[in-house]
Ligand binder design. Structure first.
Ligand code: ADP
Ligand code: MG
Ligand code: MG
Length: 910
């Protein structure tokens, strides 16, 4: 490929099948710019233009407007000249004008998050030139009014003051529409459009105190700077924070010759996907509008039409539109403009094959000529992500490793969410239907404003249409329902990106924001009423529809099998009950890494015995109470061992401070006193006695078992007897007994002695035995430091990274809510270390503990059982540290399995 100028430049040109950049340069050119360059180079018709790099955005943030313009002025002027010569017209020329678009574009796509201005270069003279040139007065004035509207909003800050206000330009247009008795923008006459231009400019003058800029160059620099500023706008900042994109990235600016979809009925604009972004189905699909420009399709101003005949028929069926009506009023592009459709169909195949991934494209037809304006790897739901990866693999377009690496682990989460119970669905009452914009099941209470989405625990955001301002509320809501907009509307695209259930274009809804109600066929629904959405069918139900657990099946199961093929590190689960254990096994857990025994004691029939044990004044009394607990614990363990069917199970001995178990309310204290035949005062005294200043650093963990050995004895007995009972039934399990909160070797040794002597005693009683391990948690920094000494005794290590994080940072997990959010906001911490493992600090202790432990026992089994065991970056770290397994909550097992495979593949590639 021929380079137009050197690569150190701040401005990169593209056009006429040539480009300075290419798709690998996303960091510098932004995703949009890099792909525009690549498309040009492979021969896709793209209007010529140029990209100002993301680095210039950073320079702008440092140096300010004047200095940055100075830096790039020459290159920009040269690049505009380049567009002029290739388009054969001149920027700002009265007779043969060039208009351009100024488009933002960060490294990653942030749909609608930043700003774009179309038709730039327009003024009172240029519009006349455009009329002469095109002989299309309607089009020229429509472009002018759109330009003032966009430039006014993006550059001059002409935006609604609050959510209750309307857009100042929309208000003027609505006023005129009312006066003229019309509904659509396309119904404006030439005179209407002229009036609008006049009124818009007037509004700008009144609101900003300045006349609308007429000099195209002034307009251009204004727009460039506005795009840079949009990177630090509220919407973009929120989106960046949500995805963890750093502020340093900046946005590129793309400036490109305009092509016009609003030149009449032989023109139009649209959006298309090479596969279905909701389901992953391999069908070309998309939407378009005739005589429209830019965002019209996405904004849901008019009902968009489907690109393919198949899509159009499917859509008509949902919208209850008969075939004759469809053909007459909503024909597909395939039917209306077959040759353009064929050309587009060709490009979508070329682009998908070229990028080897599903593409999301924008196109515009200007008077019968097709232009492609954007392509990018399309956002998709978790289900589509999995299906597309599996399909591309089967089609031979990517290999197994690529298929696994393509998957975004946290997105699997969507496939693990509950789905509607088929039985409940049959009973449910459908009140309306919309477009199945983003699959999933959502049940919640109606809210009408994005900033009120957190009003209810479960809310469904109901809007006429959504806009980028609604992002935060969309994120909070369980589901999104819009009355307008198609499958490519803002709501649909954003919801799919979030993996959130969404139904768009439910035309039967009559929404009234003022009264906070909507009506369907005369029936009224209010804020706070329950509704349910099925994002896969578009069905809207009255009330709450029951949900059930999802299953690992189809492509999801296939991809998980593939993950097993490449994974080296095992994935276990944290499970306290047979039910959890079963769920986790269905998700492919390869054992249990943590069973917390204390949870078993909180159940009603047990808490009493537990309390009696704690309140007992004598060893004898304690032993008596423990004896009552023994059979219950034993049967719990039998249930868990049975569910895991021979897979390893790690059981942790009693860990929390005893204070957590005793009653704190007078009534329950009295009840307990009566039952134990002691005075209320005695109970109160005991409760007060157990109170600690720092319970997390107090009498807990192995400190309990070392001060009350009978607790360890009883728990060991329950575990070993359960295993023997199962052995008698033909299920072999080898329990791994885990001692919590060890800080010194002696602490561990004492516990180990109790465990081993108790086990031997039982083996003798039963004349039978099983294999078992005795290991420890490493969760106190001192234990990590002493790991070599501890490993001489312990059979295994399991890093308890919740406590380890707590003690390494010195942050009480229960009190961190007061300062952690502030710390993250102020940038003192990047993320919550209880969520994402602090590899830099806490990670050192893990590495050191593992190394020191294995220095004396090379085969030492090492795992992790903190919450971090299911968080992708932490799981990858665990693999790289050489752990044998991670253990996480049942619903994160598939995520951890995928990351384990990805980590192994990445390591092999290094
Ligand atoms: P976003 O990133 O929000 O999608 P874009 O920069 O892609 O913003 O532009 C917004 C809309 O304007 C899109 O529909 C795009 O296709 C259209 N558009 C951008 N540049 C041009 C152009 N040069 N000619 C015609 N339409 C354009
Ligand atoms: Mg775009
Ligand atoms: Mg702990």
């Amino acid at each position: 490929m021929e380079l137009i100028h050197d690569v150190k430049a701040r401005v990169f040109k593209f056009g006429n099948k040539k480009a300075d950049g290419n798709s690998s340069m996303k960091n510098l050119l932004g995703g949009k710019g890099a792909n525009l360059a690549e498309m040009c180079a492979i021969g896709i018709p793209v209007p010529p233009g140029f990209t100002i790099t993301t680095e210039v955005c950073t320079e702008y943030n440092l140096l300010g407007k004047e200095a940055v313009i100075e830096l790039i002025k020459e290159e920009v002027e040269d690049s505009i000249a380049n567009i002029e010569s290739s388009m054969g017209c001149t920027f700002g020329d009265k007779y043969n004008p060039l208009l351009v678009s100024v488009r933002s574009g960060a490294r990653v796509s942030m749909p609608g998050m930043m700003d774009t201005v179309l038709n730039l270069g327009m003024n009172d003279d240029v519009v006349l030139g455009l009329i002469k040139k095109t002989n299309n007065e309607q089009f020229a004035w429509d472009s002018y009014r759109r330009f003032i509207q966009m430039y006014g909003g993006v550059v001059l800050g002409m935006k609604p003051a609050s959510k209750d206000d309307v857009d100042p330009f929309e208000e003027i247009m609505d006023h005129l529409k009312d006066k003229r008795g019309i509904k659509l923008d396309t119904q404006f006459t030439i005179q209407d459009l002229k009036d609008l231009v006049y009124d818009f400019k007037d509004a700008v003058r009144k609101q900003t105190g300045h006349s609308f800029p007429t000099d195209p160059w002034e307009q251009l620099w204004g727009a460039i700077i506005a795009v840079f500023n949009s990177w630090n706008g509220d919407r973009a900042v929120y989106y960046r924070n949500m995805h963890g994109y750093p502020a340093e990235w900046g946005t590129a600016v793309n400036i490109q010759a305009m092509v016009y979809g609003n030149m009449g009925n032989n023109s139009g604009t649209g959006v298309c996907f090479t596969r279905d972004a909701g389901t992953g189905e391999n069908v070309f699909n998309g939407e378009y509008l005739i005589n429209a420009q830019g965002e019209d399709v996405v904004a849901g101003v008019r009902t968009p039409q489907q690109i393919t005949k198949l899509g159009s028929q499917r859509w008509a069926e949902l919208a209850k539109i008969d075939e004759a009506d469809r053909l007459e009023n909503y024909p597909s592009l395939e039917e209306l403009m077959p040759s353009i459709f064929e050309e587009l169909n060709g490009y979508q195949q070329i682009l998908e094959n070229h990028y080897r991934d599903m593409q999301d494209m924008e196109f515009t037809m200007q008077d019968g000529k097709l232009w492609v304006l954007q392509t990018r790897n399309g956002k998709r739901t978790g289900a589509a992500m999995v299906k597309i990866a599996v399909d591309l693999l089967k089609e031979g377009k990517i290999n197994e490793k690529e298929a696994l690496l393509r998957l975004q682990p946290t997105k699997l989460d969507e496939l693990l969410h509950p789905v509607f119970d088929p039985k409940a669905l049959k009973r449910a009452h459908v009140i309306a239907q919309g477009l199945p914009a983003s699959p999933g099941a959502a049940t919640g209470k109606i809210v009408f404003f994005a900033d009120e989405a957190s009003k209810f625990k479960n809310s469904i955001l109901v809007r006429i249409e959504t806009s980028p301002e609604d992002l935060e509320g969309m994120n909070v809501a369980k589901g999104i329902l819009t009355a307008r907009g198609g499958m490519t509307s803002h709501a649909a695209v954003v919801a799919r990106g979030m993996g959130k259930c969404c139904i768009s274009g439910a035309g039967a809804l009559n929404i009234n924001y003022k009264t906070r109600t909507f009506t369907i066929d005369g029936h009224e629904y209010h804020e706070g009423d329950w509704i349910s959405l099925n994002g896969s069918t578009g069905n809207i139900f009255e009330g709450k529809v029951e949900t059930v657990e999802p299953e690992l099946s189809g492509e999801f199961a296939e991809i998980m099998d593939l993950a097993n093929k490449y994974a080296i590190m095992k994935v276990r689960t944290n499970a306290d009950t047979p039910k959890d254990a079963k769920v986790a096994r269905n998700f492919g857990a390869q054992g249990i890494g943590l069973t917390r025994t204390e949870h078993m004691f909180f159940e009603v029939d047990r808490i009493k015995a537990m309390r009696e044990m704690i309140l007992a004044d004598t060893v004898k009394g304690r032993k008596q109470a423990l004896e009552d607990l023994l059979p219950m614990q034993r049967s719990d363990f039998e249930g868990i061992f049975e569910a895991m069917d021979g897979l390893p199970v790690t059981i942790r001995l009693l860990d929390p401070p005893l204070h957590e178990f005793v009653p704190h309310q007078l009534a329950t204290q009295k009840e307990l006193a009566d039952e134990m035949h002691i005075s209320l005062q005695a109970v109160k005294n005991k409760v007060a006695e157990l109170e600690e200043f720092n319970p997390m650093l107090g009498h807990r963990g192995c400190r309990l078992g070392n001060t009350y050995p009978e607790i360890t004895e009883t728990q060991t007995r329950a575990i070993i007897e359960a295993a023997l009972n199962l052995k008698a039934r033909g299920i072999i399990c080898n329990p791994e007994i885990m001692v919590p909160l060890v800080g010194t070797v002696k602490e561990f040794e004492m516990q180990e002695n109790i465990i081993r002597s108790t086990a031997s005693k039982i083996f003798e009683e039963r004349q039978d035995s099983i294999e078992y391990l005795v290991g420890t948690m490493i969760e106190i920094p001192r234990a990590a430091l002493m790991a070599d000494k501890i490993a001489e005794k312990a059979d295994f290590f399991s890093f308890g990274t919740n406590d380890l994080t707590q003690m390494t940072f010195g942050y009480s997990r229960d009190d961190a809510g007061k300062f952690l959010p502030v710390y993250i906001e102020k940038g003192i911490l990047k993320v919550d270390p209880f969520e994402v493992l602090d590899q830099e600090g806490v990670g050192q202790l893990i590495k050191m503990g593992t190394e020191r432990g294995r220095s004396v026992k090379p085969q030492l089994k090492v795992g992790i059982c903190g919450e971090h065991g299911g968080e992708p970056s932490s799981v990858e770290f665990c693999y790289n540290t050489g752990m044998d397994y991670v253990s996480c909550s049942p619903y994160r097992v598939p995520i951890a399995r995928l990351v384990s495979a990805q980590a192994a593949i990445k390591e092999a590639m290094r």
